[in-house]
Design a protein around this ligand. Structure first.
Ligand SMILES: [Zn+2]
Length: 445
C-alpha cells in the first residue's frame, strides 16, 4: 500500500513537472558527429561522438559509439558542442524587476518573477549562475527538485553590508536601527543584511550558511545602485571582514566581496577574501596583490553602451566613475595575468537581462573569443569549486570531458570564429542540456 502510494506520488510529480514544461533526464543521449569546444582549447575538436548517461558525460570518441537501448540520438551534423555558460555574478531574484517593485517587499511575487527569469536564463544557454546577493534559496530548491526550469544556482543569500554601505536601501526615517527591532525591507526579504561589528558579521554569515549559502558575499566598499554609499568609502573594517572569512571557513567555504577601489581590495585581501567582485578602480599595487595571492577577479564589462537602467543622478555619477575605470582595470588584469572569471551583474532591468549573452560578447573588445569563452566556461567552473564541501553540485562544470556534468549547448556554427552566436541563443543554440536533461531541442521538430 505504501509502495502504491509512493508510485502515485511519483507519477503525480512527473505529470506536474511535465505540465510545467520541465525536462526529464533521458536514460542516455548520444550526440553523433559534433565538433567539441571543450571550454579550454582555442580550436574545435575533429568530428566526435559524445555519450551522456546519468547526467554525466560518459564517453567522448572520434569513432562512432553504438547507441545504448532507449538512448536519444542527436545527429549534430557537424555543429559545435560546448559547455553550458556560467555567469559568475548574477542576481537571480533582482536581475529583472525594477528596484521600486523589489522595495514593495512581496517575496512571493518576486520569486515567481524570478522563476520566469530563471527559465529565460537557461534558454539563453546559461546552465549555471553564481548568485551574489538575494533570497534565491527557494527558487534554487524548486529548480533542483525539477519543478521549475532554470540554471544551477550557487546561492550567497543576502549580501552582507554595514549601515550606510552598498546594499543598505533604508530611508532616513528608518533610522536609528533598534537592535532587536524589526528588520528593514532588505533584511525582511533577506536581500541584504546589516552588520556593524565582527559579532554581527558572524551572526549574519552563519544565518546565510544555515539557509544553504554556497559562498558568502560582503560589500567591502561603496556601490552604484545604493542610495548612500560613496564609491571611495571602505565599509567593513579588516577585523569585520576577517570575522566573515573565519565563519565561512569554519563551514568549508569562502567570502567574495564587492570592491572597486584599491583600499577596499587591499583590506579584503588582507582579511583572507578569495574573490574580488568588480575591481574596476584598482591600481597597479592592488592588481599585483590580487595576482600574488592567486585571488580571483570576477569581472563585468561595465561600459557606457546606453543600456544602464534608470537610476537617480548620484547613482549615474558613480556609474560614470566605474565606466572610466574599466579600460585601465582590464589592462592591469592582463598585465598581471589575473585569474579572471566573468559575470554580468544585471540588476533591475528585464530588458538588460535579455542581454546576458551580449554582455559576454562585449569582453571580445579586450580578449580573443577563445579567452572570452573560457572565462564563461572552464574558468567559471574552476572558481565555483572554491565552495568546497558547500558546493551544491559536486562534479566538473564548464568543460566537455569524460566524467564532467552534462551541461551542454549544441551551437549552429563555431563560436570561436563567430562569438556573436552567443547573442542570439534562440537561433544559435539548437539544443540546451542541463544535468543530462534536454530543455530545448530544435532538431527534434
Ligand atoms: Zn552584484
Amino acid at each position: 500500500m505504501l509502495q502504491l502510494h509512493r508510485r502515485l506520488l511519483a507519477a503525480t510529480w512527473l505529470l506536474s513537472a511535465c505540465a510545467a514544461g520541465v525536462a526529464q533526464p533521458a536514460e542516455a543521449t548520444l550526440f553523433q558527429n559534433v565538433r567539441i569546444y571543450d571550454g579550454k582549447a582555442a580550436s574545435l575538436s575533429g568530428p566526435s561522438h559524445v555519450l551522456v548517461r546519468g547526467g554525466i558525460i560518459e564517453r567522448i570518441s572520434a569513432t562512432p559509439i553504438a547507441p545504448p537501448a532507449s538512448a536519444t540520438v542527436v545527429d549534430g551534423q557537424g555543429r559545435t558542442l560546448m559547455p553550458g555558460l556560467i555567469d559568475n555574478h548574477w542576481h537571480t531574484m533582482f536581475a529583472a524587476p525594477p528596484l521600486g517593485l523589489i522595495l514593495q517587499g512581496d517575496l512571493g511575487y518576486l520569486t515567481l518573477l524570478a522563476a520566469a527569469e530563471a527559465r529565460a536564463t537557461l534558454m539563453r544557454g546559461f546552465t549555471t549562475v553564481r548568485d551574489v546577493g538575494g533570497p534565491s534559496f527557494a527558487l534554487k530548491r524548486a529548480i533542483d527538485d525539477g519543478l521549475v526550469a532554470g540554471p544551477r544556482i550557487y546561492p550567497s543569500g543576502a549580501m552582507i553590508t554595514i549601515t550606510g554601505g552598498h546594499g543598505d536601501f533604508r530611508a532616513p526615517h528608518e533610522l536609528p536601527r533598534q537592535l532587536g527591532g524589526p528588520p528593514p525591507i532588505g533584511g525582511a526579504l533577506n536581500a541584504s543584511q546589516l552588520a556593524d561589528s565582527p559579532d554581527e558579521v558572524r551572526l549574519r554569515v552563519r544565518e546565510q550558511l544555515l539557509l544553504g549559502a554556497s559562498q558568502i558575499k560582503l560589500t567591502a566598499g561603496g556601490g552604484v545602485a545604493s542610495p548612500h554609499s560613496p564609491l571611495d568609502a571602505s565599509t567593513f573594517t579588516e577585523e569585520e571582514l576577517r570575522a566573515a572569512v573565519q565563519a565561512a571557513g569554519n563551514w568549508g567555504t569562502y567570502v567574495g566581496v564587492h570592491a572597486y577601489t584599491p583600499e577596499a581590495i587591499q583590506r579584503a585581501v588582507a582579511a583572507g577574501v578569495k574573490v574580488i567582485e568588480h575591481g574596476h578602480l584598482m591600481d597597479e599595487a592592488s592588481a599585483k596583490l590580487i595576482a600574488d595571492k592567486g585571488i580571483w577577479l570576477s569581472f563585468q564589462p561595465f561600459v557606457d553602451d546606453g543600456f544602464a537602467p534608470q537610476m537617480p543622478p548620484s547613482s549615474m555619477a558613480r556609474l560614470r566613475q566605474i565606466f572610466a575605470g574599466t579600460e585601465a582595470a582590464v589592462t592591469l588584469a592582463k598585465k598581471h595575468k589575473l585569474k579572471l572569471a566573468w559575470g554580468t551583474d544585471v540588476l533591475f532591468s528585464a530588458a538588460n537581462a535579455t542581454r546576458q549573452g551580449a554582455l559576454l560578447v562585449q569582453m571580445n573588445q579586450w580578449f580573443t573569443p577563445a579567452e572570452v569563452l573560457a572565462m564563461a566556461t572552464s574558468a567559471g567552473g574552476e572558481l565555483l569549486t572554491l565552495s568546497g564541501p558547500r558546493n551544491p553540485y559536486p562534479g566538473k562544470l564548464g568543460v566537455v570531458e569524460e566524467g564532467a556534468l552534462a551541461d551542454l549547448l549544441l551551437v549552429d556554427g563555431n563560436p570561436l570564429e563567430n562569438l556573436k552566436l552567443i547573442e542570439t541563443p534562440d537561433k544559435s543554440f539548437v539544443l540546451i542540456m542541463k544535468g543530462g536533461a534536454i530543455y530545448k531541442n530544435l532538431l527534434s521538430r
